[in-house]
Design a protein around this ligand. Structure first.
Ligand code: SF4
Length: 330
């Protein structure tokens, strides 16, 4: 019961397919960007969704943000079914879910100064009291360490560094006190020198507000900084889900193992341990491989099984799921 009450969001068999039409009108299949994804996110929990580019992570983020309407499955948030939301509930949901985009400069309106960028969501969401607005704007800036606050209020986005722009995006995302933050590759466009700072900032904010965080990244080397659990996505499907330690120290799925081997080691003497994920690129999401979608790239594929049958999720250890036939019980 406590576990149930602790649940912030749940997705069941979530599906986001984009129809494709030839000549603009002849149905020609669908891009299956998210295809049968199920997971739960608890209050105060940070979950990283990892995988190569083109595996459906960003579409999953945009579906959770209600930017896309799912073509199948269910999302519940704080016990309410998103499909049943009235327009009023949808406005409530958009207040409860903050969004940190990949490209901070593109996410910020260039013609607004910092004060106006932070005031806008307050006005739109009914915070009319001028004093309360000013307090929340200043608290938000202090929280993301854009201090002294007075030095930043009148600045426009182009006057800020990339790291400061992303801090401002984070301040805007939390100014309405959300319960969930969705961060889509929040540091991938920043200089290496500020990436760790921004991840530590997100971690601090997450702890301070007991926020649920869904952290989308292609970079497994960053997930230890603030994730409690990891979900590995491949070709529109979740292939492994586990607590961060268990997954990074003892990964099960061949794709997860390949992703971990593909992390460059900063020590030059270890550079030879680096091996890219075999088999080139992830498959087309319009024509994914039959059976296990990883089978054309998998060095352990079982002939006559992996290319035919899609593996269900097996549970090799407590709280650790993997969709791979290697873990089937005999
Ligand atoms: Fe490899 Fe088969 Fe496991 Fe897929 S199910 S990852 S092809 S061993």
């Amino acid at each position: 019961m406590a576990e149930h009450n602790n649940r912030l969001m749940a997705a069941r068999d979530l599906q986001m397919w984009f129809p494709v039409r030839r000549w603009g009108f002849i149905p020609a299949g669908a891009v299956r960007a998210v295809d049968g994804v199920s997971f739960e996110l608890r209050r105060g929990e940070a979950v990283a969704v990892v995988g190569e580019s083109g595996c459906g992570k960003s579409t999953l983020a945009r579906t959770l943000l209600a930017i896309h309407t799912p073509t199948g499955g269910r999302i519940t948030f704080e016990g309410r079914d998103m499909e049943q939301f009235t327009s009023r509930e949808m406005r409530w949901y958009r207040r409860r879910v903050g969004y940190v985009q990949q490209d901070p400069y593109g996410a910020l309106p260039p013609f607004m100064n910092v004060h106006r960028i932070l005031r806008e969501p307050l006005i739109v969401n009914g915070v009319r009291d001028r004093q309360e607005q000013e307090e929340r704007i200043r608290d938000g800036l202090r929280e993301v360490r854009l201090v002294p606050v007075e030095d930043f209020l009148d600045k426009f986005p182009h006057m800020l560094s990339g790291g400061q722009q992303q801090r401002l995006v984070i301040a805007r995302a939390i100014i309405l006190n959300p319960g969930l933050l969705i961060a889509d590759e929040p540091v991938s466009m920043l200089d290496a020198s500020v990436r760790v700072e921004i991840l530590k900032l997100l971690r601090r904010i997450q702890d301070a507000h007991n926020l649920g965080v869904c952290y989308i990244t292609h970079d497994l080397s960053t997930v230890r900084y603030f994730s409690h659990r990891i979900m590995v996505m491949y070709a529109g499907k979740l292939v492994e889900k586990a607590p961060v330690g268990g997954l990074l120290d003892d990964p099960c799925h061949p794709y997860t193992r390949a992703l971990l081997r593909a992390i460059p080691d900063p020590e030059p003497e270890n550079a030879r341990t680096y091996r890219p994920v075999p088999g080139g690129e992830p498959p087309s999401l319009m024509n994914p491989p039959s059976g296990c979608r990883f089978h054309p790239r998998c060095e352990y594929a079982i002939a006559g099984l992996c290319e035919v049958e899609e593996p269900p999720h097996f549970v090799p250890r407590a709280d650790h799921e993997v969709a791979c036939w290697l873990f089937r019980e005999e």
